[in-house]
Design a protein around this ligand. Structure first.
Ligand SMILES: N[C@@H](CCC(=O)N[C@@H](CS)C(=O)NCC(=O)O)C(=O)O
Length: 257
Protein backbone atom coordinates (compact mmCIF):
# COMPACT_ATOMS: atom_id res chain seq x y z
CA UNK A 1 0.00 0.00 0.00
CA UNK A 2 1.51 3.34 -0.99
CA UNK A 3 2.13 5.77 1.83
CA UNK A 4 0.43 9.11 1.90
CA UNK A 5 2.78 12.03 1.34
CA UNK A 6 3.37 14.47 4.16
CA UNK A 7 5.08 14.52 7.49
CA UNK A 8 5.08 11.39 9.54
CA UNK A 9 4.60 11.68 13.25
CA UNK A 10 6.22 8.78 15.04
CA UNK A 11 4.56 8.02 18.36
CA UNK A 12 6.71 7.67 21.42
CA UNK A 13 5.97 3.98 21.59
CA UNK A 14 6.99 3.67 17.96
CA UNK A 15 10.51 4.80 18.76
CA UNK A 16 10.63 1.76 20.98
CA UNK A 17 9.09 -0.43 18.28
CA UNK A 18 11.68 0.80 15.78
CA UNK A 19 14.51 -0.04 18.13
CA UNK A 20 13.19 -3.52 18.70
CA UNK A 21 12.56 -4.06 15.00
CA UNK A 22 16.23 -3.48 14.26
CA UNK A 23 16.93 -6.48 16.43
CA UNK A 24 14.00 -8.49 15.11
CA UNK A 25 13.65 -8.15 11.36
CA UNK A 26 10.40 -10.09 11.32
CA UNK A 27 8.61 -7.52 13.53
CA UNK A 28 5.33 -6.40 11.99
CA UNK A 29 5.16 -2.95 10.43
CA UNK A 30 3.18 -0.51 12.56
CA UNK A 31 -0.39 0.36 11.73
CA UNK A 32 -0.60 3.60 9.77
CA UNK A 33 -3.15 6.01 11.19
CA UNK A 34 -4.34 8.71 8.80
CA UNK A 35 -5.23 11.36 11.26
CA UNK A 36 -6.10 14.93 12.10
CA UNK A 37 -6.78 16.00 15.68
CA UNK A 38 -10.59 16.05 15.76
CA UNK A 39 -13.13 13.93 17.69
CA UNK A 40 -13.23 11.42 14.83
CA UNK A 41 -9.44 11.14 14.77
CA UNK A 42 -9.19 10.82 18.55
CA UNK A 43 -11.42 7.75 18.56
CA UNK A 44 -8.75 5.76 16.77
CA UNK A 45 -5.67 7.14 18.49
CA UNK A 46 -7.39 6.29 21.80
CA UNK A 47 -8.12 2.71 20.69
CA UNK A 48 -4.59 2.18 19.36
CA UNK A 49 -3.12 3.52 22.61
CA UNK A 50 -5.50 1.46 24.75
CA UNK A 51 -4.57 -1.71 22.86
CA UNK A 52 -0.84 -0.94 22.93
CA UNK A 53 -0.62 -1.47 19.18
CA UNK A 54 2.42 0.04 17.47
CA UNK A 55 1.31 2.76 15.04
CA UNK A 56 2.53 5.79 13.22
CA UNK A 57 0.48 8.88 12.61
CA UNK A 58 0.20 10.12 9.06
CA UNK A 59 -1.30 13.59 9.32
CA UNK A 60 -3.99 14.43 6.77
CA UNK A 61 -4.21 18.22 6.76
CA UNK A 62 -7.90 18.56 5.96
CA UNK A 63 -7.59 22.36 5.96
CA UNK A 64 -5.26 22.12 2.96
CA UNK A 65 -7.26 19.51 1.04
CA UNK A 66 -4.93 16.55 1.66
CA UNK A 67 -8.06 14.40 2.07
CA UNK A 68 -8.52 14.69 -1.71
CA UNK A 69 -5.07 13.32 -2.60
CA UNK A 70 -5.53 10.25 -4.85
CA UNK A 71 -3.36 8.12 -2.54
CA UNK A 72 -5.62 8.98 0.37
CA UNK A 73 -8.85 8.51 -1.59
CA UNK A 74 -7.65 5.02 -2.49
CA UNK A 75 -7.85 4.24 1.23
CA UNK A 76 -10.73 6.49 2.20
CA UNK A 77 -13.03 7.17 -0.79
CA UNK A 78 -15.25 9.48 1.30
CA UNK A 79 -12.40 12.04 1.62
CA UNK A 80 -12.62 11.93 5.38
CA UNK A 81 -10.14 10.88 8.01
CA UNK A 82 -9.61 8.72 10.08
CA UNK A 83 -8.45 5.71 8.13
CA UNK A 84 -5.90 3.02 8.87
CA UNK A 85 -3.65 0.65 7.01
CA UNK A 86 -2.85 -2.50 8.92
CA UNK A 87 0.05 -4.30 7.24
CA UNK A 88 -0.69 -7.41 9.29
CA UNK A 89 -4.33 -7.69 8.21
CA UNK A 90 -6.38 -10.84 7.70
CA UNK A 91 -4.33 -13.62 6.12
CA UNK A 92 -1.18 -11.66 6.97
CA UNK A 93 -1.86 -9.23 4.11
CA UNK A 94 -2.38 -5.45 4.33
CA UNK A 95 -5.87 -4.09 4.79
CA UNK A 96 -7.11 -0.50 4.78
CA UNK A 97 -10.18 0.57 6.73
CA UNK A 98 -12.08 3.87 6.62
CA UNK A 99 -15.03 5.09 8.76
CA UNK A 100 -14.20 5.41 12.44
CA UNK A 101 -16.86 2.90 13.57
CA UNK A 102 -15.59 0.24 11.18
CA UNK A 103 -12.02 0.91 12.31
CA UNK A 104 -12.94 0.57 15.99
CA UNK A 105 -14.77 -2.70 15.34
CA UNK A 106 -11.88 -4.01 13.22
CA UNK A 107 -9.33 -3.22 15.92
CA UNK A 108 -11.65 -4.65 18.58
CA UNK A 109 -11.96 -7.92 16.67
CA UNK A 110 -8.24 -7.99 15.90
CA UNK A 111 -7.15 -7.57 19.50
CA UNK A 112 -10.14 -9.03 21.35
CA UNK A 113 -10.16 -5.87 23.47
CA UNK A 114 -12.92 -3.36 24.32
CA UNK A 115 -15.40 -5.15 22.01
CA UNK A 116 -16.90 -8.21 23.70
CA UNK A 117 -17.24 -11.44 21.78
CA UNK A 118 -20.28 -12.50 23.80
CA UNK A 119 -23.40 -11.54 21.85
CA UNK A 120 -25.33 -9.54 24.48
CA UNK A 121 -22.26 -7.52 25.40
CA UNK A 122 -21.46 -6.97 21.73
CA UNK A 123 -24.99 -5.78 20.91
CA UNK A 124 -24.85 -3.23 23.75
CA UNK A 125 -21.53 -1.88 22.47
CA UNK A 126 -22.86 -1.67 18.92
CA UNK A 127 -26.03 0.13 20.02
CA UNK A 128 -23.99 2.92 21.56
CA UNK A 129 -21.36 2.92 18.84
CA UNK A 130 -24.01 3.36 16.14
CA UNK A 131 -25.79 5.91 18.31
CA UNK A 132 -22.59 7.96 18.23
CA UNK A 133 -21.92 7.47 14.52
CA UNK A 134 -25.48 8.31 13.44
CA UNK A 135 -26.45 10.79 16.17
CA UNK A 136 -23.97 12.44 18.49
CA UNK A 137 -21.22 12.92 15.90
CA UNK A 138 -23.26 14.45 13.07
CA UNK A 139 -25.44 16.57 15.40
CA UNK A 140 -22.51 17.89 17.43
CA UNK A 141 -20.66 18.58 14.17
CA UNK A 142 -23.57 20.64 12.85
CA UNK A 143 -23.92 22.46 16.18
CA UNK A 144 -20.26 23.49 16.02
CA UNK A 145 -20.62 24.48 12.39
CA UNK A 146 -23.58 26.80 12.91
CA UNK A 147 -22.32 28.19 16.22
CA UNK A 148 -18.74 28.91 15.06
CA UNK A 149 -18.20 28.64 11.33
CA UNK A 150 -21.37 29.72 9.50
CA UNK A 151 -20.85 33.11 7.82
CA UNK A 152 -23.88 34.53 9.66
CA UNK A 153 -25.89 33.55 12.75
CA UNK A 154 -28.84 31.45 11.63
CA UNK A 155 -30.78 31.21 14.87
CA UNK A 156 -33.04 28.38 13.76
CA UNK A 157 -30.06 26.17 12.82
CA UNK A 158 -28.14 27.05 15.98
CA UNK A 159 -31.12 26.21 18.18
CA UNK A 160 -32.01 23.05 16.27
CA UNK A 161 -28.56 21.48 16.58
CA UNK A 162 -27.73 22.83 20.04
CA UNK A 163 -31.04 21.45 21.34
CA UNK A 164 -30.51 18.09 19.71
CA UNK A 165 -27.02 17.76 21.18
CA UNK A 166 -28.50 18.74 24.53
CA UNK A 167 -31.07 15.96 24.18
CA UNK A 168 -28.33 13.47 23.29
CA UNK A 169 -26.22 14.52 26.29
CA UNK A 170 -29.32 13.93 28.41
CA UNK A 171 -29.64 10.41 26.97
CA UNK A 172 -26.01 9.65 27.86
CA UNK A 173 -26.41 11.18 31.29
CA UNK A 174 -29.45 8.99 32.07
CA UNK A 175 -27.69 5.91 30.80
CA UNK A 176 -24.62 6.63 32.91
CA UNK A 177 -26.68 7.15 36.06
CA UNK A 178 -26.86 3.37 36.49
CA UNK A 179 -23.60 2.09 34.96
CA UNK A 180 -19.96 3.12 34.77
CA UNK A 181 -19.72 3.15 30.98
CA UNK A 182 -22.19 3.30 28.10
CA UNK A 183 -22.30 -0.43 27.48
CA UNK A 184 -21.49 -1.42 31.06
CA UNK A 185 -17.73 -1.99 30.72
CA UNK A 186 -15.33 0.44 29.05
CA UNK A 187 -15.52 -0.19 25.30
CA UNK A 188 -15.11 1.22 21.82
CA UNK A 189 -18.51 2.90 22.31
CA UNK A 190 -17.05 5.12 25.03
CA UNK A 191 -13.99 5.82 22.89
CA UNK A 192 -16.27 6.94 20.06
CA UNK A 193 -18.12 9.44 22.27
CA UNK A 194 -15.47 10.90 24.55
CA UNK A 195 -13.86 13.24 22.00
CA UNK A 196 -17.21 14.85 21.27
CA UNK A 197 -17.94 15.41 24.94
CA UNK A 198 -14.47 16.93 25.25
CA UNK A 199 -15.72 19.74 22.98
CA UNK A 200 -19.04 20.20 24.81
CA UNK A 201 -18.57 23.94 25.25
CA UNK A 202 -18.24 24.54 21.51
CA UNK A 203 -21.53 22.71 21.08
CA UNK A 204 -23.23 25.09 23.53
CA UNK A 205 -23.37 22.50 26.32
CA UNK A 206 -22.53 22.78 29.99
CA UNK A 207 -21.29 19.50 31.46
CA UNK A 208 -22.21 20.67 34.97
CA UNK A 209 -25.84 20.04 33.96
CA UNK A 210 -25.03 16.37 33.30
CA UNK A 211 -23.33 15.04 36.45
CA UNK A 212 -23.17 11.37 35.42
CA UNK A 213 -21.80 12.27 32.01
CA UNK A 214 -19.25 14.56 33.66
CA UNK A 215 -18.11 11.77 35.99
CA UNK A 216 -17.79 9.41 32.98
CA UNK A 217 -15.84 12.01 31.00
CA UNK A 218 -13.42 12.68 33.83
CA UNK A 219 -12.88 8.96 34.43
CA UNK A 220 -12.04 8.36 30.77
CA UNK A 221 -9.95 11.49 30.37
CA UNK A 222 -7.77 10.36 33.30
CA UNK A 223 -6.85 7.04 31.62
CA UNK A 224 -3.16 7.05 30.65
CA UNK A 225 -3.89 5.82 27.11
CA UNK A 226 -6.46 8.57 26.57
CA UNK A 227 -4.03 11.16 27.90
CA UNK A 228 -1.41 9.95 25.43
CA UNK A 229 -3.90 10.04 22.56
CA UNK A 230 -5.02 13.57 23.40
CA UNK A 231 -1.39 14.67 23.75
CA UNK A 232 -0.43 13.86 20.14
CA UNK A 233 0.59 17.19 18.70
CA UNK A 234 0.15 18.13 15.08
CA UNK A 235 1.63 21.61 14.91
CA UNK A 236 -0.03 22.53 11.61
CA UNK A 237 -3.46 21.88 13.15
CA UNK A 238 -3.07 24.53 15.82
CA UNK A 239 -2.26 27.07 13.11
CA UNK A 240 -5.45 26.51 11.09
CA UNK A 241 -7.56 29.66 10.87
CA UNK A 242 -11.16 28.75 10.11
CA UNK A 243 -11.80 32.32 8.92
CA UNK A 244 -9.21 31.91 6.15
CA UNK A 245 -11.06 31.90 2.80
CA UNK A 246 -8.77 29.18 1.42
CA UNK A 247 -9.49 26.86 4.34
CA UNK A 248 -13.22 27.53 4.09
CA UNK A 249 -13.18 26.82 0.36
CA UNK A 250 -11.63 23.41 1.05
CA UNK A 251 -13.89 22.38 3.91
CA UNK A 252 -17.25 23.94 3.17
CA UNK A 253 -19.53 23.71 0.16
CA UNK A 254 -18.06 20.42 -1.06
CA UNK A 255 -20.03 18.89 -3.94
CA UNK A 256 -19.68 15.72 -5.99
CA UNK A 257 -16.41 15.50 -7.89
N1 LIG B 1 -18.30 9.25 9.38
C1 LIG B 1 -16.91 9.57 9.38
C2 LIG B 1 -16.73 11.04 9.65
C3 LIG B 1 -15.30 11.46 9.54
C4 LIG B 1 -15.18 12.97 9.40
O1 LIG B 1 -16.17 13.69 9.30
N2 LIG B 1 -13.92 13.46 9.36
C5 LIG B 1 -13.70 14.87 9.13
C6 LIG B 1 -12.93 15.50 10.26
S1 LIG B 1 -13.72 15.28 11.82
C7 LIG B 1 -12.91 15.05 7.85
O2 LIG B 1 -12.06 14.26 7.54
N3 LIG B 1 -13.21 16.10 7.11
C8 LIG B 1 -12.60 16.36 5.85
C9 LIG B 1 -13.50 17.15 4.95
O3 LIG B 1 -14.52 17.67 5.43
O4 LIG B 1 -13.18 17.24 3.77
C10 LIG B 1 -16.18 8.72 10.42
O5 LIG B 1 -16.80 8.45 11.46
O6 LIG B 1 -15.03 8.31 10.18
Amino acid sequence: MESFRGAVFVCSEMKHARQTSRRNRTAAKPIELYYWPTPNGWKISIMLEECGLPYIVRPVDISKGEQFAPQFLAISPNNRMPAIVDHAGPGGRPISVFESGAILQYLGRKTGKFYPREERGRVAVEEWLYWQIGGLGPMAGQAVHFRRYAPQDIFYAIARYTDEVNRLYGVMNRRLATRDFLAGRYSIADMACVGWVRLAERQGQNLAEFPHLKRWFETIRARPAVKRAFAIRIDAASEVDMRDAKVRAVLFGQRAR
